[in-house]
Design a protein around this ligand. Structure first.
Ligand SMILES: [Zn+2]
Ligand SMILES: [Zn+2]
Ligand SMILES: [Zn+2]
Length: 266
């Protein structure tokens, strides 16, 4: 919902700490590519995507990966339009990697963009592509991490020595094998009390301990978790993320003992 949550006057929603102000979750993976070009891959374009892109000076997007089809992860897609025109001038649409369910939802919401024969002249120059076990984007490779969000099978992503998982209620055994050797791990932690389709903080801390990344950041945080007070109780190497957080990662470190990589390098 973002924090402050509409209509709420709890201590976190009215907090003066800027870390307690949370836009909807999203991440940009940025690196210097061949010839000094700047690369940007975005994971999810939520309703706050425009504001986040302005804040972080995102002026071009090479690809978008979607975790799943919920509003807080897809409703900023149309704001890719101005960035996509530049990509289109350079000769291509922006690829949007989405599973079948997410592609169906995007096609339904943005019919003027995706319907066969769509002629709306200002539509985003984007194209839907399926998510493969491993998807190269220029110098980087994005590895799909299958997870469960309630009943729904959705995707997390690994890139180099980092992984981003949001909206997770269960991690299948086979996916733990894709999460070895991480320096940076992002996991969702909604609140303390259990939720049918989201991990509680306590559940996420358990996964973080098992996965053993050097640093774990929690995201998709609701107004039940105050930033400072929650961070004080977390073990070393774990902390709540916050809007604007930047973390250096290594993208050429996809060397890990994946045990479920059938179809890899397709
Ligand atoms: Zn509140
Ligand atoms: Zn969701
Ligand atoms: Zn969500």
């Amino acid at each position: 919902m973002g924090v402050p949550t509409l209509g709420c006057d709890c201590a976190v929603c009215t907090s003066a700490d800027p870390h307690d102000a949370r836009l909807r979750p999203s991440v940009a993976v940025r690196w210097a590519g061949a010839g000094g070009s700047r690369r940007t891959v975005v994971i999810d374009t939520g309703p706050d995507f425009r504001q986040q892109a302005l804040r972080h000076k995102i002026t071009a997007v090479d690809a978008v990966f979607y975790t799943h089809n919920h509003a807080d992860h897809i409703l900023g897609m149309d704001d890719l339009r101005p960035l996509s025109y530049e990509a289109f001038r350079r000769g291509g649409n922006i690829p949007l990697y989405a599973d079948e369910t997410t592609a169906e939802t995007l096609t339904r919401i943005y019919d003027y963009t995706f319907a066969p024969g769509a002629t709306y002249p200002n539509r985003a120059r984007v194209e839907l592509r399926p998510i493969a076990p491993r998807t190269p984007v220029h110098e980087a490779e994005f590895v799909s991490i299958p997870v469960l969000h309630g009943e729904q099978a959705i995707h997390g992503f690994r890139f180099g020595n980092a992984a981003y998982l949001t909206d997770v209620s269960a991690i299948p055994e086979s996916s733990f094998g894709l999460l070895t050797g991480l320096e940076t791990l992002v996991l969702p932690a909604l609140r303390h009390t259990p939720h049918p389709s989201h991990a509680s903080l306590e559940q996420a801390v358990g996964w973080a301990k098992r996965i053993g990344a050097k640093q774990t950041w929690f995201t998709h945080i609701a107004h039940e978790l105050g930033h400072e007070e929650t961070n004080r109780m977390l073990p070393d190497g774990m902390a709540l993320a916050h809007d604007g957080l930047e973390v250096p990662i290594l993208l050429d470190a996809n060397q890990f003992d994946g045990n479920d990589m059938s179809g890899a390098d397709a």
